[in-house]
Write a protein that binds this ligand. Structure first.
Ligand code: HEC
Length: 451
């Protein structure tokens, strides 16, 4: 073979190989965009992208297949220009389409929940923005209709898969924390075993959702279960909770300790090896317009106390004191039956901040480079759970959210279902719930159903 020919052959091989890499990337992107159906151009995939995808000025895309849409209080995306027109047009297409009745129940549930989160976002209180109200209303009217169109019956919602159990059964992650590999994500197989070491808690003093800040952040579209596991048998955790509840220190002293020292001397210390979990589950709206908790898990956060000093000498020490993990639901993975759709967030992974976030929209700041606004997800945890002692058990100290008239929580064993019921009660008092009910009522009047 002459030299020129062999060079051409090598070049061709390289090109083919590169195309292979790009082809692979294209394939990955296509799989991601195929949230609801394999065909990326399927109406439901297009609607998902219209509501969830955000694009930076340089064309980078974010938001596909995330748990929550990338929308902040001051966001104008979806409310003006092309993004608004597109969202309205796709919602109209959905309303004209009969496909919903034949679609898999899980897909109907997931898409309904997406539309509901955008609906509530249009009603979130924001100052001085009356000018965009007609656009918000136009979205709301169509979203409410589409939410009902996708709705399942109460029994169908109850029969949706328990994807947490699926994830645990898939053994994609270790079933327990391994102190030799403290940074390895684990998904406890026995998290909901009422005879196992994990204890789900209820606030028996105030009878409000334990994770009130999270319930509020999701405007009650999700319910949250807080679980505690102190080293040793289940009784050790029950005793720990009992001791916390017995502390008669006034709540005003249970403040988040900005100085890193643990002022809670009269409270029990958190034993090394203690683990906390926060499980987020999806609420749905039934075909009769009722609020119904579902078995679908949207995220799981876990914190493990590796050491519990009386105070921290450095930020590094603080960061090393706890291991933090988060699993999030990927709708595409759930559809492909990959480990219940729950995937662990990587230690370096970054995401836009939505919980405890600012009102401004990183995509809409002048001269914005939105990518730079993404925070390292697992590094943020100790920012809030910062105190070395029991002060970092935020469901107990509740530094951010203490409704008037409530006392320090008294946390005892309570079934997860109780948190779901309390969240439903909480949501029913919200303005966004009253508004959606009004729109449902006019819909029911158009096509009366048995309510
Ligand atoms: C912006 C503040 C904030 C950040 C950041 C944050 N949390 Fe929390 N977390 C809270 C609050 C507040 C609660 C208490 C429940 C409530 O009121 O919703 C909580 C509760 C929890 C609980 C239940 C046990 C407890 O302490 O009450 C776990 C587990 C948890 N968070 C894990 C995490 C993990 C893992 C991360 C990082 C991926 C994280 N959190 C990031 C504020 C935060």
């Amino acid at each position: 073979m002459n030299k020129a020919l062999s060079r051409i052959l090598v070049l061709c091989a390289l090109l083919l190989q590169n195309d292979g890499v790009f082809g692979q990337q294209r394939h990955e992107a296509a799989r991601e965009a195929a949230v609801y159906f394999d065909d990326t151009q399927h109406l439901w995939n297009k609607l998902h992208r219209a509501l969830f995808e955000r694009t930076t000025p340089t064309g980078a895309q974010f938001g596909i297949d995330t748990v929550d849409p990338l929308l902040w209080l001051e966001t104008t995306h979806l409310l003006e220009g092309e993004s608004h027109t597109r969202a309205i047009a796709l919602l109209e297409d959905l309303l004209m389409d009969d496909g919903a009745r034949d679609a898999p129940h899980v897909a109907r549930a997931l898409l309904q929940h997406e539309l509901w989160s955008v609906f509530d976002w249009t009603l979130a209180p924001r100052p001085g923005s009356a000018q965009l109200e007609p656009a918000r209303k136009a979205l709301r009217i169509r979203l409410a209709k589409a939410i009902l169109q996708l709705a399942l019956s109460k029994a169908q919602i109850g029969a949706l898969p328990d994807n947490y159990a699926q994830a645990a059964a898939a053994h994609a992650y270790p079933a327990a924390n391994d102190s030799d590999h403290p940074g390895t994500p684990f998904l406890p197989a026995d998290l909901f075993d009422v005879e196992g070491p994990w204890v789900s808690v209820a606030d028996v003093r105030n009878m409000r959702p334990v994770a009130l800040s999270h319930v509020e952040a999701s405007s009650g579209r999700s319910n949250f279960v807080v679980l505690v596991r102190v080293p040793g048998p289940r009784t050790a955790t029950l005793e720990f909770l009992e001791a916390l509840g017995a502390a008669n220190e006034p709540w005003k002293q249970l403040v988040l300790d900005a100085e890193d020292t643990d002022p809670h001397h009269t409270l029990p210390r958190i034993p090394v090896g203690t683990q906390f979990a926060l499980v987020r589950r999806m609420n749905l709206i039934s075909e009769k317009g009722e609020l119904v908790p579902s078995p679908l898990t949207q995220s799981v956060q876990l914190r493990v106390y590796r050491n519990v000093p009386a105070s921290f000498e450095s930020i590094k020490q603080r960061e090393e004191a706890q291991s933090s993990f988060e699993f999030v639901l990927s709708k595409a993975r759930l559809r492909r039956a990959t480990a219940g759709g729950l995937r662990a967030i990587d230690s370096e992974e970054r995401a836009f901040v939505l919980f405890g976030a600012h009102a401004w929209d990183p995509f809409e700041l002048p001269g914005a480079i939105p990518q730079q606004r993404r925070a390292q997800v697992l590094k943020r945890c100790v920012g809030c759970h910062r105190s070395p002692g029991v002060g970092s058990f935020l469901s107990f100290t509740r530094p951010f959210r203490r409704p008037r008239g409530t006392d320090a929580p008294k946390l005892q064993f309570g079934q997860p279902q109780q948190q779901a019921d309390l969240t439903v009660q909480w949501k029913k008092k919200r303005r966004d719930w009253r508004q959606i009910q009004k729109l449902f009522d006019s819909d029911f009047a158009d096509s009366p159903r048995d309510r």
